[in-house]
Design a protein around this ligand. Structure first.
Ligand code: ZN
Length: 494
């Protein structure tokens, strides 16, 4: 979008709303926000039809188009480089189960085992193909003394697991120079079954999952990637049947090799990962309301809310009515109020971000590569998340006076809050890093986060729209409009 287009739209809006910037403009804007409109919007955004708005999901795509449609109808301009959607890629990873296998080889024979039926492993942090090979040493039950008694350099440690192996086993084997752990359950295994413990995670990895491309550094993955293979008992016995050293008169199921024995076979753990960096594109929805002042319009006030939630599982939908259907809805009302107000002196970017629940992905993507119309720069962020529950006069804000990022927006909010039925805004400093304002703050701009508190339905399928206090939500949206109106002075004092 070019500056010229932006100014002409501002002039047009100006002529339509002659009262822009006046008390009458503010009144008209505030009056446009009604509990009925709030109720209508939140019953759609948090409806079962959107299936919990997971990132990524069809429901989220529909929500984004609903928001875009509203912006278009209200005459709010597109706020992203090529329209209303700011897009960012997610990395999609999955296990290629067909080409992933565990091969045990002896001089005369070999066995090939399949993931998910013969063995399991944890796939968290698996990002690329893994090939781990080595000889095989029997390490008893994997106790500290037993591991110390083994020559493990470059070898796998095979451990008989009766259900009591401890969580430090992998570290011990790694420290001893081993390449990985192979767990074989004993006949009297008495613990949580491997299929139950590792099956769901591996199955979901076979299906594929998405993550933010730069998520987590390599260092945190090193130990997590150290292999531990959990075999079925029958797969373990097939492997042991290949091993050397078993007395001829002992059946393989009755055999316990000596601790430290080299089993005369090699084991190759081949994992193939399908990685796609391109095809999953997420959307933040951006609406731009150009300012009217030739200079101040270059300064952009960002108002944000995440529109995603955590989706559905076990046949239940997590509607996320308060988290964050409430903020999503509030921002829609703010868009409508701005259209009634007419242009403010400064410009406003309304941004509905996705991926918040997964780790602030949408706001991270935007703040990593911010896009605003030419010549514009962000000067502040107001973020709303969970604003529709708890006592009608209960509202929190961060950074409070006790916080080092305390700023003029928060002071202004404290002054304006009583006008909307919130006598005092208590501190939400514990949540300073827990919603999208944390990402906008990284850009070096002052932020304010408004939030109405946690409740018993937080992150449960019971966070449903009929529990939302639509009048309270209305008043929080009005407070944001008052704040925007108050942030139009010649110079902003933060
Ligand atoms: Zn939230």
């Amino acid at each position: 979008m070019k500056t010229i287009a932006r100014l002409s739209a501002a002039l047009l809006a100006c002529s339509l709303s002659a009262a822009a910037g006046s008390d009458a403009a503010l009144e008209a804007a505030l009056e446009s926000i009604t509990a009925e409109n709030v109720s209508a919007d939140i019953h759609f955004i948090a409806s079962d039809a959107l299936a919990g708005r997971d990132t990524p999901s069809e429901g989220l795509v529909v929500a984004a188009r609903f928001v875009r449609s509203r912006l278009q109808r209200l005459g709010i301009e597109p706020g992203a480089e090529d329209g209303y959607f700011h897009r960012y890629p997610l990395m999609r990873l999955g296990l290629d189960a067909e080409r992933t296998r565990l091969v045990g080889s002896a001089p005369e024979a070999a066995v090939e085992l399949s993931p998910g039926s013969d063995y399991w492993f944890r796939s968290n942090y698996l990002r690329e193909d893994v090939d781990t090979g080595g000889g095989v040493v029997f390490a008893g039950a994997g106790s500290e003394e037993e591991i110390e008694a083994c020559e493990l350099e470059g070898d796998w440690a095979v451990v008989f697991d009766d259900g009591s192996t401890d969580s430090r086993l992998r570290r011990r084997v790694r420290k001893a120079g081993g390449v990985g752990v192979v767990l074989i359950p004993t006949a009297d295994f008495d613990g949580e079954g491997y299929a139950e413990r590792y099956g769901p995670g591996l199955a979901s990895f076979v299906e594929g999952r998405v993550s933010y491309p730069s998520e987590r550094g390599a260092s945190s993955r090193r130990m997590s990637l150290f292999p531990q293979l959990a075999l079925t008992r029958s797969a373990g016995l097939r492997l042991l049947a290949l091993a050397a050293g078993r007395p001829a008169d002992v059946r393989v199921e009755d055999w316990t090799p000596a601790v430290g024995a080299e089993l005369g076979l090699s084991l190759a753990d081949e994992r193939r990962v399908l990685r796609d960096d391109e095809s999953v594109q997420m959307e933040n929805v951006c609406g731009f309301w150009p300012g009217s002042d030739p200079e101040l319009s270059r300064e952009v006030l960002i108002v944000s809310a995440h529109y995603d939630h955590v989706g559905a599982r076990d046949g239940k939908i997590w509607n996320g009515a308060d988290d964050n259907g409430s903020g999503t809805t509030g921002l829609l009302q703010i868009a409508e109020a701005l259209s009634r107000y007419g242009p403010m002196r400064r410009s406003v970017l309304l941004i509905w971000v996705s991926g918040e629940e997964k780790g602030l992905w949408g706001s991270r993507a935007w703040s990593d590569a911010p896009w605003l119309p030419e010549g514009c720069r962000p000067v502040a962020n107001l973020n709303i998340d969970m604003i529709g529950r708890n006592a009608p006069d209960e509202l929190y804000i961060t950074p409070s006076a006790d916080h080092e990022q305390h700023n003029g927006i928060v002071k202004l909010a404290q002054r304006l809050a009583p006008l909307e039925g919130f006598p005092a805004l208590e501190s939400a400093d514990d949540y300073y890093h827990r919603s999208d304002q944390a990402m906008f703050a990284r850009m070096g701009i002052p932020v304010a986060f408004l939030f109405a508190g946690i409740h018993e339905d937080y992150h449960k399928p019971t966070d449903t729209p009929e529990k939302i206090d639509c009048d309270k939500l209305r008043r929080v949206a009005r407070l944001i409009v008052r704040l925007l109106d108050g942030l139009q002075t010649d110079s902003l004092e933060f």
